[in-house]
Design a protein around this ligand. Structure first.
Ligand code: SIN
Ligand code: CO
Length: 375
C-alpha cells in the first residue's frame, strides 16, 4: 500500500494490519542498548508489571539491577523518544514522514518478557505498532465503551471485548487510529516499536495562543500601558471592584487583533518547541570562516532533537520564528524537509547574505550540526 492510499483510506479512520511492512527488520536498538537508555536521566522510561494479579507502574531511570529478571514473565519496559538518541530509530521514524512533522511525535520502544503488556487500553493518538523482535499477540476492538477501571496506576479498560486478534512477527505492523481499544501481550521475549503521533488539544492551544498574542506587539499596541484611574472618586466600599477597571480591560481585550497568518505563526513556533527532555549538545566556538569551509565540505544536518517546520512566510526552528526572504526560504525549507543539506547544497547557498551566519549560530546552539559523514 502506498502512503497516498494509506492516508486517503486508512489514516485516522480505521485499523490496519500490514504483514511484513518491514521485511528482514533489524531492531533499531538491542535489548542492552534499550536498558542503557532506560538508565539515563534525560530519557523517559516506564516499567509496567502484572505480578500476582496487580498492575504496577514505575518511572525510570532504572539501573539494570533494578529491573525484574528476564526469566520473570509479565513485565515490560517502555522507553520513550528512542529516535532522539539512536540513529537507527530516527531513520525508522523518518520512514513515517508521509505524515507531516507537526503530527509526528516519537519512537517508543518496549521490551517485554513472556506475557508482558500494558493491559487493554486505548490511546488518544494514532500509532503504528511495529514488531521489531519476537512475537506479540494483539487483540483489538472498535468498542465505544471506553470506561477505565478506577484507581489504577495505568489506564486499563474496565470492559474489553476483542473483535480481532493476530500474532505479530518481526516486521509485521499494526496501525491504530486514536481511541481504538487494544491489548498487546508478548509471546516470549519481544520488542515493539510504537511510532507515535501527537494532536494538540484545541483548549490547550487556545491558552497558549492567547498568551502568545498578548506578547505580540504587531496590531496589539492597545495592550501597552496600565490601568489608570485619575478622577476616581473616594469610596465608602473599598472592597467593591471599580466599575472602570473591568470596562477598561474588556475594551482592550475586545480590541485585540488576530488573523489566520498569526495563528499559523503561533502554531509553527509552538509545535516546533523541542521536547522537554531534549538537551542540545554544547558546541565549541568555531570562527565563522572555518565553519563555512567545513559546512561546504561536509554538509549540515539538523540535530536529532531539533524540530523544523515552515509555513508560507515563516521558518520555525525549535520554537523560534524567522521570516526569511524568498532566496533563503528555499534553502531553509529544503533543510526542514530533508533534515540535511548536502555539501553541494551548502556550497550553492553559502554566499547568500546572512545564511552562513545563521547556520553558524544554530550550530553553536547545538540545533544544527556539521554532517558527521558527507551528505
Ligand atoms: C507496548 O509496546 O507494549 C505498548 C504499546 C501500546 O499498546 O500502546
Ligand atoms: Co496503546
Amino acid at each position: 500500500m502506498t502512503p497516498a492510499v494509506f492516508m486517503r483510506e486508512i489514516w485516522h479512520r480505521k485499523p490496519l494490519l500490514i504483514r511484513q511492512a518491514v521485511p528482514g527488520i533489524v531492531p533499531p536498538v538491542s535489548r542492552e542498548a534499550l536498558f542503557d537508555l532506560a538508565d539515563r536521566e534525560d530519557v523517559e522510561s516506564r516499567l509496567v508489571s502484572y505480578f500476582r494479579n496487580r498492575w504496577k507502574l514505575e518511572h525510570g531511570p532504572f539501573a539494570e539491577d533494578n529491573l525484574p529478571s528476564r526469566k520473570t514473565g509479565k513485565w515490560t519496559l517502555l522507553v520513550q523518544g528512542v529516535n532522539l538518541h539512536d540513529q537507527a530509530a530516527a531513520d525508522l521514524m523518518s520512514q513515517f514522514r508521509f505524515v507531516p512533522d507537526a503530527r509526528l511525535d516519537d519512537v517508543m520502544i518496549s521490551y517485554a518478557t513472556d506475557g508482558g503488556g500494558v493491559g487493554p487500553h486505548f490511546d488518544s493518538y494514532d500509532v503504528f505498532l511495529l514488531q521489531v523482535s519476537g512475537r506479540r499477540r494483539w487483540r483489538i476492538s472498535s468498542q465505544t465503551r471506553l470506561d477505565l477501571i478506577p484507581d489504577m496506576p495505568l489506564k486499563i479498560l474496565s470492559d474489553f471485548t476483542a473483535e480481532e486478534e493476530w500474532v505479530l512477527e518481526p516486521g509485521d505492523m499494526l496501525y491504530l487510529p486514536p481511541q481504538y481499544a487494544h491489548d498487546g501481550v508478548a509471546e516470549g521475549e519481544c520488542m515493539t516499536a510504537s511510532i507515535g503521533f501527537r494532536a494538540p488539544a484545541y483548549r490547550e492551544l487556545a491558552g497558549h495562543f492567547l498568551a502568545w498574542l498578548s506578547e505580540t506587539v504587531e496590531g496589539n499596541e492597545g495592550l501597552d500601558g496600565r490601568y489608570a484611574d485619575a478622577g476616581e472618586t473616594a469610596t465608602a466600599h473599598p472592597a467593591q471592584m471599580p466599575a472602570g477597571l473591568a470596562r477598561a480591560v474588556a475594551e482592550r481585550l475586545q480590541a485585540m487583533k488576530w488573523n489566520g497568518a498569526m495563528v499559523s505563526e503561533f502554531l509553527g513556533s509552538h509545535l516546533s518547541e523541542p521536547k522537554q527532555s531534549v538537551m542540545f549538545a554544547e558546541v565549541e566556538e568555531i570562527p565563522l570562516r572555518k565553519y563555512t569551509k567545513l559546512a561546504q565540505a561536509h554538509g549540515v544536518v539538523l540535530a536529532p532533537g531539533s524540530i523544523a517546520l515552515y509555513d508560507r512566510t515563516h521558518f520555525f526552528l525549535n520554537g523560534e520564528a524567522y521570516e526569511p526572504p524568498a532566496n533563503l526560504a528555499k534553502w531553509l525549507r529544503r533543510l526542514a524537509d530533508h533534515r540535511y543539506l548536502t555539501a553541494e547544497e551548502v556550497s550553492a547557498c553559502a554566499a547568500l547574505p546572512d545564511l552562513m551566519d545563521t547556520f553558524h549560530d544554530w550550530t553553536l546552539e547545538g540545533w544544527l550540526q556539521i554532517a558527521p559523514v558527507r551528505v
